[in-house]
Design a protein around this ligand. Structure first.
Ligand SMILES: Cc1cc2nc3c(=O)[nH]c(=O)nc-3n(C[C@H](O)[C@H](O)[C@H](O)COP(=O)(O)OP(=O)(O)OC[C@H]3O[C@@H](n4cnc5c(N)ncnc54)[C@H](O)[C@@H]3O)c2cc1C
Length: 316
């Protein structure tokens, strides 16, 4: 919860919003990370008037810039109002819900809504469990671990959302559990590589991504080749009637190493698995270009996107 605000009948977190007795007429979502854009999408589908407020300059700020831009375009089409660079100043209770005051570009605005969802992230709950009797010194509640998930206290491991520096995702927590238990049992396990953790966002259309964004790859000093293939040119996207979005591949120009794959569109959270496997096996773009993908499938867009890295895409 944002300091100074308390959960109430109109002020909700991701917990209370799942038990609403009726669909609200209007909803303000504070935070455009995965959870924020997912609830915005869900409630817009139910017919709610949705407004998203995000303090950072773009929606889904951890994703590639082009994915944020495409989501913004699609949300505008779906009549979801999005204000980025928007700082929420205060929330007042009203007879019918809330009145939200926020500032964009130095200009203060007010918005009345039936409900407000605060979706700014979750913090760890590691107080009062006896950590002070150990060598573990939490950092804002998060627990520091090494690559085997060992804490500073011998014999004590930590996994999941409380781990310092890894994304708060269920599949990360699960793999951390496997690595920790495997290590305890003396089995061969592999440390988690942060560049091979998929992100899955269940807004509509979905977002699936893995690895470096184009900006992050440039900042890391790579010379890049980038390919992009739109779902407008994919047969299965036509069959399912979902043409929004694209697959973008960020590759190292020198060896064709796949550095990141960014998907927005139908079944993006499923499609990203191929990219994660390819990157885990250190496949190059060329390896993907000569991997036969069945027709008509959405996965063919991955083949086209890899061809487009070298300007050889057949379908556009
Ligand atoms: C709205 C929402 C949507 C999400 N969607 C996705 C998604 O689509 N994909 C994805 O990968 N991740 C998603 N996540 C993140 C995912 O839920 C977490 O990363 C995952 O649950 C972390 O697992 P965990 O075991 O570390 O923590 P948790 O699942 O939070 O489990 C911790 C448990 O410990 C209990 N507990 C706390 N303190 C104590 C104590 N002192 N004694 C005993 N028990 C205690 C808690 O009650 C809780 O049940 C989402 C999160 C939210 C909030």
């Amino acid at each position: 919860m944002i300091p100074g605000l308390e959960v109430g009948p109109s002020i909700l977190t991701n917990i209370e919003i799942l038990s609403l007795p009726a669909v609200p007429k209007s909803l303000v979502v504070v935070g455009a990370g995965a959870v924020g854009v997912e609830f915005a999408s869900i409630f817009r589908s139910f017919g709610t008037e949705v407004t998203v407020l995000e303090m950072l300059p773009r929606l889904v700020p951890v994703e590639d810039e082009e994915v944020s831009k495409e989501l913004g375009r699609i949300y505008r089409k779906r009549a979801i109002a999005c204000h980025t660079g928007a700082k929420m100043d205060k929330v007042d209770q009203t007879k019918d819900g809330v009145s939200v005051t926020f500032t964009v570009d130095g200009k203060q605005q007010r918005l009345d809504a039936e409900k407000i969802l605060i979706a700014v992230g979750r913090k760890p709950l590691t107080e009062g469990i006896g950590l002070e009797k150990t060598k573990i010194k939490p950092d804002r509640g998060f627990i520091k671990v090494n690559q085997w998930l060992q804490t500073d206290e011998p014999g004590v491991y930590a996994i999941g959302d409380i781990v310092l520096g890894t994304p708060q995702l269920a599949h990360v927590a699960m793999m951390e559990g496997i690595v920790a238990v495997g290590r305890i049992a003396g089995k061969t396990v592999k440390p988690i590589n942060p560049d091979r953790i998929p992100n899955a966002t269940y807004c509509h259309p979905e977002i699936g991504s893995v690895g470096l964004t184009e900006t992050k790859a440039r900042e890391a000093g790579y010379e890049l080749k980038v390919g992009k293939f739109p779902f407008t040119a994919n047969s299965r996207a036509s069959i399912v009637g979902q043409h929004d979005g694209f697959i973008k591949i960020v590759a190292d120009a020198k060896h064709g190493e796949i550095l990141g794959v960014h998907i927005i569109g139908p079944q993006a959270t499923e499609l990203v698995a191929e990219a994660v496997t390819a990157m885990e096996l250190e496949a190059t773009v060329e390896d993907l270009m000569f991997t036969i993908h069945a027709h008509p499938t959405l996965t063919e867009a991955m083949l086209d996107a890899s061809n487009s890295v070298y300007g050889l895409s057949i379908n556009v």
